[in-house]
Design a binder for this molecule. Structure first.
Ligand SMILES: NC(=O)c1ccc[n+]([C@@H]2O[C@H](COP(=O)([O-])OP(=O)(O)OC[C@H]3O[C@@H](n4cnc5c(N)ncnc54)[C@H](OP(=O)(O)O)[C@@H]3O)[C@@H](O)[C@H]2O)c1
Length: 281
């Protein structure tokens, strides 16, 4: 990874932070997006300790808000002439239905739209830096989604259903983007990290937070959970692989809905209509 620049969301905690630190140790320069200055500075300090002299950087944004998604992507595009790898990883689950300032259901905005808008905002840089890679953190939770393209805001809310849908959207987004990227040397893949003991769910509220903290005793470590992200971001084995879903560093067939090209195209069109961002064919 020497000489490569990796842009990453969700790099201040859990599997994202482990992946950022390990990729930095492999020689990558990390450009992280954080929402909290204290957590951002702590991650930057860790990166500089493990891999000094690489000019790692932190940009700040609340990735649940459309204006922030757009602004941070534009700032990074101006500041970074090369982007070799983009890792969309920031995500969360919310016990109660909340709307963002834009009127979007919070899980949909953070877990899907931020991947979409940040990637679109870095399009020119990724294409200009080819061969380049995009890595999208999804989840096996996608298999529980009862997806409805006309109900992207999950009006009849349960936290699990909103989360499962968003993680399905990560795979559909990956699939449609891979189709649009054919003929370029930019690849895009999605992954499930495993059930990992991180801060995931700790701020969800309701019963989710204590419940997750309890069952996370049986979860794998963030070091183990970060392995597939690191593999997709760096391994020569997957340099030419695109549009796939991985678990344990191996391709895995996702749910049938996640393999539906019509659904992937429909989600793309709706995401364009909602955000104004696009990646023309
Ligand atoms: N843990 C699991 O078992 C598991 C399983 C499958 C998939 N995943 C997926 O893995 C990814 C990473 O999760 P994790 O387990 O590492 O959880 P985590 O420890 O809670 O990390 C989540 C990351 O996302 C960031 N984030 C959350 N909301 C944000 C916002 N509004 N704006 C900007 N950044 C925001 C967090 O920032 P702060 O540091 O400021 O909180 C943190 O860096 C998520 O996409 C999750 O869906 C996790």
């Amino acid at each position: 990874m020497q000489g490569k620049t990796v842009v990453m969301t969700g790099a201040t905690s859990g599997i994202g932070e482990v992946a950022a630190v390990k990729l930095a140790a492999m020689g990558a320069r990390i450009v992280a997006v954080a929402r909290n200055p204290k957590r951002g500075e702590a991650t930057l300090a860790r990166l500089n300790e493990v891999a000094p002299g690489l000019a790692h950087r932190i940009f700040y944004a609340d990735l649940a808000q459309l204006a922030d998604m757009r602004r941070v992507a534009a700032e990074i595009a101006v500041a970074e002439p090369r982007i070799d790898v983009l890792i969309n990883n920031a995500g969360a689950m919310f016990a109660n239905r909340q709307l963002t300032q834009d009127g979007f259901e919070m899980t949909f905005a953070l877990d899907h739209l931020s991947y979409f808008v940040v990637t679109m905002g870095l399009r020119e840089r990724l294409l200009a830096s080819a061969p380049a890679r995009i890595v999208n953190t999804s989840s096996e939770a996608h298999r529980g989604a009862r997806f409805d393209i006309d109900d992207l805001q999950t009006e009849k809310y349960t936290s699990l259903q909103a989360y499962a849908r968003a993680k399905l959207e990560n795979i559909l987004f990956t699939r449609e983007l891979a189709r649009r990227l054919k003929g370029t040397s930019v690849t895009v893949n999605a992954l499930h990290p495993g059930f990992v003991a991180t801060r995931f769910g700790h701020e969800s509220g309701g019963i989710i937070s204590p419940l997750l903290k309890l069952v996370q005793r049986f979860a794998i470590s963030p070091e183990k959970g970060a392995e597939t992200i690191i593999y997709l971001a760096s391994s020569p084995e997957v340099a030419d692989v695109s549009g796939e879903y991985f678990s344990n560093c191996k391709p895995l067939a996702p749910a049938r809905a996640a393999q539906d090209d019509g659904l992937a195209a429909a989600l793309w069109q709706k995401s364009v209509a909602l955000t104004g961002a696009d990646w023309p064919q």
